[in-house]
Structure formats: C-alpha cells, structure tokens
Design a binder for this molecule. Structure first.
Ligand SMILES: Cc1cc2nc3c(=O)[nH]c(=O)nc-3n(C[C@H](O)[C@H](O)[C@H](O)COP(=O)(O)OP(=O)(O)OC[C@H]3O[C@@H](n4cnc5c(N)ncnc54)[C@H](O)[C@@H]3O)c2cc1C
Length: 444
C-alpha cells in the first residue's frame, strides 16, 4: 500500500501501478478485475480527483512530444513545462496553460483548466484537437469534436478521468514568439468598478483582463496583461516571480490571517502601474507556491490548502461576492487569495461553463489548522448553495465543498448524457475516484 496525497492535502492508501506504454496500460486494466480505479497524471489536483482507496493507475510515465506545425501531440504524462519549452523553440506558445509547469497535459484536459488568458481564448479543452482514450475494457478510441466519438470527446474534456485513461492529447498552439508579458494595473477600487474593468466588453485591445480581490472582499485590483518583447524588465516580484525570495516570504506570510492582511496591504500600497515579466515566470507563477509546499512537506508540515472556484452569471457576480463576504466573516476566516476572470462558454459536459459564460471566482485558504479548516469547509458549502441560488455552478477542478444535491442541480442539464457515456464505456463502474464518490454519487 502507498499513501498518495493531493496538492491540497487529501490522501488515500492504495496500490499504485504506473504503466510505461499503452500496451502495459491495457494489460493493467485487463488484470484489475472489479477493483475501483482512479487515473492520475502528475497528482496536482487540489481535491481527491486523482485518488482512490483501491487502485490508482498513474500515467505520468507515458511520455513523448511530437510537434507538427502548430499542433503538439503530447503523451498523457507530459508536464506543461516541457510542452512550453519545446513550443518556445518553435515560436509557439499555448493559448491557455495553467499556472504550474508540473501539471500533465492529460490532467489539465481532464479538468478543462483555465488561465489568465481564458477571457480571450477560453479553456484548455477549447484548444484540444483530439484525444486518445483507453477504456476500462481496453478499447482504444481516437476522439475529436467532429468524429464518431465526439460525444466521448466532450465527456472526457473536463470529465476528471471518469470515462477512461487518456494516452495522448493533441493541442493546438498559437504562433507567439514573444518572451515577456506586460501587465498594467487598470483599477484599484470597489468590487463593482473592478468587475466593470475586467468585463468582456473591455477586452477589445487584445490584452486579457483579470482581478484579485483584497481580503475584505470589498475592494480589488484589476489588471490587464499582454504578450510583448524587448521591454526593460520590471518584474512583479511577489506575484509573477516564482523563484524570488520575496515570493517565498510572501507565501509563508499568507499562511496566517495577519500575514495575509499584511501581504495584501503591501501589494495595494506598493504597487507599480506597470510590470514586465519573463513569459515563463508569468505563466507558471504558482510554481512558487508549489516550491514552498514541497519544502514544508519535506520538513513534516501538512501544508494544507483549500481552493474552490465558482462560475457566476455576470449580473449576479457582485451579489455572490457580497454573500461570500458575509459567510466568511461569520465563519471568521479570511481568504488568502481571491481572483476573478471572465470565461466564455464551452460544450464539455462537466464544465462549469457548459453553455454559459460568466465570471470565474476563486477563493484560496492556506491553513492546516483543523478547526479553521472545518469552518472554511462549512462556509464554502454554504457559498455553493448561494452560487446555485444565483444561477452559477461550482467548478470541479479545484476543491469542491458542496452538497451533492446542489451539484446535481447545477449540472442537471448534462449529467444524463454523462451517465449514458459511463454506462457505455464503464458499465461496471470500475472508475471510482474518492472525489466522484463524494460529489456525484449517481455517477459511481
Ligand atoms: C500550483 C497549482 C497551480 C494550478 N493552476 C491552475 C490554473 O491556473 N488553472 C486551473 O484551471 N487549474 C489549476 N490548477 C489545477 C490543476 O491544473 C489541475 O488539478 C490538473 O488537473 C492537474 O493535473 P495533474 O496532471 O497533476 O492531474 P492529477 O491530479 O493527476 O489528476 C487530475 C484529474 O485528471 C485525471 N487524469 C489525469 N491524468 C489522466 C489521464 N491520463 N487519463 C484520464 N484521466 C486523467 C484524474 O483522474 C483527475 O480526475 C493548479 C494546481 C496547482 C497545484
């Protein structure tokens, strides 16, 4: 038995098998009988999405990158850091890539992940051309959004590994030779003004827009960012510089309420109007957080984090933030980091933006204190109810603290189609992650 831990600190004791080829994977699945399986990439999910108390099939050893024009054919376990390295050598860059270089290409396709460029370019899955999937009975399916497996394609994107193991993802990259990102502060002020500054009608200049909310959730800072080259560097050290000592110190301070207030007070007062960062530092800015977590866990600290995202219609976002502000105040908890960006709609069945565009709002809490974590969980569960009442959905890729009945109501339009796909591709319900069992019991 091996103890596996998620990024947020959930854990499971299980057997882990890590095949090195598609044939080995088929062999593992054929031998696994009626065991409960979770597929796992690089294990960076916040919650228990890649954990099972029985058998975990790890796919990080499936490696290989082939660049063909503007498409990269990436084997499932390839981390985004390697894909970006190869892409940059060819004057290419991903449209949408998560803020850690460690997540695998199959992991982010399974989460239909978002980035700060999502207001312009949508989600990870919008740039996936095709997926190769091995189902529990060993069938290999090549899925695109147009071919005979299109229904499977939209179940696998954002589907958190519930239909089979992805072995390869073909991703469309953008032609982008820039090596820097220029960021401007657009607005510092009340939530309504900040949301207006990042609203979709304001992205005509080709720059993306997003915001952070200050810990009181009354005010925020709106930014715009665009790719550029040849500028004098003006790094945003505490945020966009994952390797800087400022960042490490900031990450440490963020683990306490007082430190959180201090960091954000400094961020607000000492801000510059403009920053220029190297493209890779900007892109993978959360590698700084991952580094602190690695050091902390190596020293024996649990380094737990809870991060939950919600998608709200544009018109109810302010009200949702006001309600969460009250919930967090009643629970006496302060989010370490809260951010907002606009995201267009898509067609993936388990995507929070299925057929619905809106503001993505994330709240992170960096604490390992048991009693505080219980209050955070209760407040987020209540926030999920408010999200439902205001016409939104909980995003399933980060932590999910929600009543399963509320999740079922949020995803009522697409769950029947996903259940049919499950019935067709995994009739014995062998794929059963701890996460699915807790959040969508009807799927397992
Ligand atoms: C520091 C950090 C920064 C992050 N930044 C962002 C961000 O900017 N935007 C965002 O949206 N998310 C972000 N995330 C979340 C992260 O990108 C997702 O959790 C992603 O799924 C992690 O990929 P992984 O390879 O580590 O997946 P794992 O944790 O291994 O798995 C995640 C899910 O994908 C499934 N899966 C993985 N590989 C396969 C496969 N080969 N076949 C079938 N299913 C598979 C698993 O079953 C599971 O459901 C961040 C996470 C961290 C820790």
């Amino acid at each position: 038995m091996t103890r596996l831990t998620s990024y947020g600190g959930e854990h499971a004791d299980c057997e882990i098998v890590e095949p090195r080829s598609v044939e080995e994977l088929q062999h593992v699945l054929a031998r696994s009988g009626d065991r409960h399986i979770a597929f796992r990439g690089q294990g960076h999910a916040f919650d228990a999405q890649s954990l099972s108390g029985d058998l975990v099939v790890g796919l990080r050893n499936l490696r290989g990158l082939i660049y063909d024009g503007t498409t990269v054919h990436a084997s499932a376990g390839e981390p985004w850091g390697a894909i970006v390295d190869g892409a940059r050598q060819r004057g290419l860059f991903p449209h949408v890539v998560v803020t850690t270089s460690q997540a695998s290409v199959a992991g982010t396709a399974s989460g239909n992940c978002v980035s700060r460029f999502s207001p312009l370019f949508g989600q990870d899955g919008d740039h996936v051309r095709s997926l190769d999937l091995v189902t529990c009975d060993g069938q290999q399916l090549h899925c695109t959004r147009e071919n005979e497996h299109a229904d499977v394609f939209f179940g696998v994107i954002g589907g958190l590994g519930c239909l089979g193991a992805i072995t390869e993802v073909a991703v469309e990259l953008s032609q982008n030779k820039h090596d820097q990102v220029e960021t401007h502060v657009l607005e510092v002020g009340r939530i309504g003004d900040v949301l207006t500054a990042i609203s979709p009608s304001n992205t005509a200049d080709g720059a993306t827009r997003y915001a952070v909310l200050l810990p009181d959730l009354e005010r925020g800072i709106a930014y715009s960012s665009a790719y550029t080259s040849g500028q004098r560097l003006a790094p945003y050290r505490p945020v966009h510089q994952p390797r800087s000592l400022y960042r490490l110190a900031g990450e440490l301070l963020l683990r306490s309420t007082l430190g959180t207030r201090l960091v954000w007070a400094i961020a607000e007062r000492k801000r510059a109007a403009r920053y220029v960062d190297p493209i890779v530092d900007f892109t993978f800015m959360m590698d700084g957080n991952a580094r602190l977590r690695r050091i902390g866990r190596w020293l024996g600290f649990p380094m737990r984090v809870t991060q939950q995202s919600f998608v709200l219609p544009v018109e109810t976002t302010s009200e949702f933030i006001a309600r969460t502000r009250r919930l967090f105040a009643e629970a006496d908890v302060v989010p370490t980091m809260s951010d907002v960006l606009y995201c267009p709609s898509d067609r993936a069945l388990l995507s929070a933006t299925y057929d619905f565009a809106g503001f993505f709002i994330s709240f992170a809490f960096e604490t390992s204190w048991r009693s505080r974590r219980a209050r955070i969980d209760a407040a987020l569960t209540q926030a999920s109810k408010e999200c439902l009442a205001l016409g939104g959905r909980v995003h399933l890729t980060k932590n999910v603290r929600a009543d399963p009945a509320d999740l079922a109501a949020m995803y009522a339009t697409t769950l029947p189609a996903l259940q049919q796909l499950r019935q067709r591709l995994d009739p014995e319900r062998r794929i059963r992650t701890d996460f699915l069992a807790r959040t969508f019991p009807m799927l397992v």
